[in-house]
Design a protein around this ligand. Structure first.
Ligand code: PLP
Length: 443
């Protein structure tokens, strides 16, 4: 008997047969509105004929050429497209096959940068609790998702976690954004000093936190203070925009809203929009110049880096995003979605927070709103909501479990940028039904 290793082998899975716009259809002809774009992947929705055409055309011309011999037209054009949309200096692109690979690549590049500059002692990576950076060993090590790390802990490199910027849970009611972000920046500085500034290579953060906590934006000014600390100690700032980048939060890069520029940026999901597996890093000139004027080449590589078909798909996706002004659409529809969520859940006794930016929105479920008391983790409320929503034809991305002490069930919504107000309205109606049905089960 053939066996595919499913994520949850005890549950039978519907078989997805086709996709059209914001909907997926299974082999029983059931339609599902893809309110999470998979996992914030499908920015253009499903079945986009232009992207499919670009992939087919590329396949007919050239399916693959190894990057030790050649670059390719789509890779060069995609790099230009990304750089044209990025601030000055962020001009050096390296293509990989997904988000975890992009993170591995960023860590190695940060390390090599310091070695090239004559500081081989810089090896430590500082990151944040309540973060997710991928499932390969390096990316898992820096992530703060305790559940995903536990089994593999003995295999992970030592990393150092500081507090996330998580206003709903961690900012006292009477504490200003200014004081809260100063405290967090001080915590980072203390950690750097404790490790020894000449041993720290990089600080890594998701600009807007996705999988572990659900669309958590930093308070204004936080990233500027973090950038200052990094600069003071020569530590590279790596921003992980694998999930929140490329229009998802209503600006092309999520960091645009924070007034900082990272030294290394990682991208993936919305880059290829699900049409091909592809990720990228964009490194600042100062990082690449150190490497080019030192040993001459970045010491890293995979067989499929810069894959021509993946790059052709991503190039088509990014051109459509720009041509059709979909970043602006993500911002506008995101505001609309946020308003719908506030209307529907603002007074809900078990919805403690409604947060996000652009088409990256989440609600957090709590047992008691006043003291932000979570539901018992054993109840798996978030998983119940996913199931109830699924049964009603809605795909959403839930999260929960104990993650470094902070607990909460949340549901993340990240629909394709091509969605519309009517679809969003229906989605929020169904989500409300799913939330109430799930809470009824556990109360
Ligand atoms: N970084 C972030 C912020 C993510 O959300 C993810 C995946 O969810 C990754 C990295 C890893 O990406 P991938 O699953 O493509 O390896």
């Amino acid at each position: 008997m053939t066996r595919i290793i499913h994520r949850n082998p005890r549950k039978s899975m519907p078989v997805a047969r086709e996709g059209a716009g914001c909907f997926l259809i299974d082999t029983n002809n059931r339609r599902y509105y893809d309110a999470s774009g998979g996992a914030a992947v499908s920015c253009l929705g499903h079945g986009n004929a232009e992207v499919i055409g670009a992939i087919t055309e590329q396949l007919q011309k050239l399916e693959y050429a190894h990057t030790s011999f050649f670059t390719s037209e789509p890779a060069e054009e995609l790099a230009d497209t990304l750089v044209n949309q990025s601030p000055a200096g962020l001009a050096n692109v390296y293509f990989v096959s997904g988000g975890s690979e992009a993170m591995e690549c960023a860590l190695k590049m940060a390390r090599q940068f310091h070695v090239e500059r004559g500081e081989p002692s810089r090896r430590h990576i500082i990151s944040r609790r309540q973060s997710y950076h991928g499932n390969t060993l390096g990316a898992l090590a820096i992530g703060g998702h305790v559940g995903r790390r536990a089994l593999y802990q003995p295999l992970l490199i030592d990393t150092y976690h500081v507090s996330p910027c998580f206003p709903y849970h961690e900012q006292e009611d009477n504490l200003s954004d200014e004081d809260y972000s100063t405290r967090l920046a001080q915590e980072l500085e203390d950690q750097i000093v404790k490790l020894g500034p000449d041993t720290v290579a990089a600080f890594v953060a998701e600009t807007v936190v996705g999988a572990t906590a659900g669309a958590v934006c930093a308070v204004p000014g936080y990233f500027k203070k973090i950038r200052e600390v990094c600069d003071r100690y020569g530590v590279l700032l790596v921003l992980d925009e694998v999930m929140c980048g490329l229009g998802r939060t209503g600006s092309y890069h999520a960091f645009e809203a924070e007034g900082v520029v990272p030294d290394i940026l990682t991208l993936a999901k919305g880059l290829g929009g699900g049409y091909q597996p592809i990720g990228a890093i964009i490194a600042h000139d100062r990082v690449i110049e150190a490497i080019h004027s030192g040993s001459g080449a970045f010491q890293h590589g995979h067989t499929y880096i810069g894959h021509p078909v993946a790059c052709a798909a991503a190039l088509a996706v990014q051109r459509i995003v720009q041509r059709d002004r979909l970043v602006q659409q993500s911002a506008q529809l995101g505001d609309y979605l946020h308003t719908l969520l506030v209307e529907r859940f603002g007074d809900h006794p078990h919805v403690g927070d409604i947060r996000g930016r652009g088409l990256f929105q989440a609600i957090e479920l709590v047992l008691e709103r006043d003291n932000r008391l979570p539901f018992d983790a054993q109840l798996q409320l978030h998983a119940r909501i996913k199931q109830e929503a699924h049964a009603r034809g809605l795909l959403c991305y839930p999260g929960g479990g104990t993650i470094d002490g902070i607990r909460g069930d949340h549901v993340l919504l990240a629909p394709p940028y091509i969605t519309n107000r009517a679809e969003l309205t229906d989605a929020v109606d169904i989500l409300a039904q799913a939330v109430d049905a799930s809470i009824e089960q556990v109360n």
